[in-house]
Ligand binder design. Structure first.
Ligand code: SAH
Length: 346
């Protein structure tokens, strides 16, 4: 482990150029080093076979190359595969490959653990250990893509930031990873095939709109009534619904792209018409669609899936109001790979 040295990939190309020239290495080497460093199978400077020996030993003395690696995987009966990926400092994140008829979706993590406290989510119990570096998110997707080709004979077709962590609390690194993964140094996937899911950090939603990002936005709403939301997602006391709605208005005005509201229905929490009507009201204000998600049980006894009739009530009222709605079936439940179950239990 080379944890205390600067990772070569955290230097910009310009920075690397000037650092190298101070030690009398030619500038063009920086591009070669960068190209090598991002290759999934290159784990040491020694493998950079067209670099001279003195440059290799200079790099070894002064920098690290912090590559992540898959340490285990589990396959679900529905073919979903969950991976445990170990980072350079020994911490572990989880990521999931989800095959379906016409897609192969990678569900990726943005933080080790999570600083938010959604009480229905297993990841929240881990707390936030640290943010992922941009290159750790990049490596994670490249590793998954390699696995995808090996196991499913297909590259990843979609990416969702719905694994561990809150992506908008690691904004800079998430954006840099998306920039790289969508380019020809990554897998060249289109931004339209990427969805970032946030629990609703309003200030950062506005920033994303200002930054003119091209990927899709999903918001974990789960309740359009402040009191309930504050109860099940206590952090949202600092992020009032009013501000969230305003930031989503702003997002739509700037991007002209619909928002997806992710929504779980629990017994005696939001299984009533007050909650349904509040959701409809928000959806009428913000051009959006609703994704009703099946609850995956965690160890918290307060949460239990609502009776199936409430799923129908939600569906009917949303449809009556011409609000697009879909139901997301849970995947990978038997291996704790489904939404809200990533908790490093491997
Ligand atoms: N922090 C981000 C992304 C990670 S969670 C966010 O909150 O959006 C990805 C999705 O899984 C969110 O919609 C989240 O609310 C949902 N989720 C969390 N726990 C769940 C559970 N136990 N069952 C089903 N979905 C869950």
């Amino acid at each position: 482990m080379q944890a205390n040295r600067t990772d070569i990939r955290s230097l910009s190309i310009e920075n690397l150029c000037s650092t190298l020239s101070k030690s009398n290495f030619p500038a063009y080497r920086s591009k070669q080093i960068k190209n090598w460093a991002r290759k999934i199978d290159v784990k040491s400077f020694e493998q950079m076979s067209n670099l001279p020996k003195d440059l290799v030993s200079y790099l070894e003395t002064n920098f690290s190359l912090n590559k992540s690696k898959i340490i285990s995987h589990q396959k679900s009966s529905d073919n979903t595969v969950k991976y445990a990926i170990q980072l350079y400092d020994g911490l572990v994140i989880e990521s999931v490959l989800i095959p379906s008829n016409d897609r192969l979706t990678a569900c990726v993590s943005s933080q080790v653990g999570c600083s938010l406290d959604c009480s229905f989510c297993a990841t929240s119990l881990l707390k936030r250990m640290r943010n992922l570096e941009y290159y750790e998110i990049f490596d994670q997707i490249m590793l998954l893509n390699k696995e995808a080709n090996k196991i499913f004979d297909s590259s990843i077709t979609n990416i969702v930031f719905m694994g561990m962590g809150e992506p908008l609390l690691n904004y800079k690194n998430v954006i840099e990873s998306i920039n790289q993964i969508t380019s020809n140094i990554g897998i060249g996937i289109s931004n339209r095939k990427i969805t970032l899911s946030t629990s609703g950090i309003s200030k950062m939603i506005k920033k994303m709109a200002d930054d003119n990002v091209k990927f899709n936005l999903a918001v974990s709403l789960h309740s359009a009534l402040e009191k309930t939301r504050n109860n099940i997602m206590p952090f949202s006391k600092s992020f009032p619904l009013k501000d969230l709605i305003e930031s989503l208005d702003y997002w739509y005005k700037k991007t002209k792209r619909k928002i997806t509201f992710e929504y779980l229905i629990w017994k005696e929490i939001n299984d009533d018409f007050d909650h349904i009507n509040a959701l409809v009201k928000i959806c009428k204000r913000i051009p959006s669609k609703v994704n009703l998600i099946e609850y995956n049980s965690t160890d918290n006894p307060k949460f239990e899936s609502a009776n199936a009739k409430w799923l129908n009530n939600y569906l009917n009222v949303l449809k009556d109001n011409k609000i697009p709605v879909s139901v997301r079936k849970s995947r990978g439940k038997d291996i704790d790979a489904a939404c809200g179950q990533l908790a490093n239990k491997h």
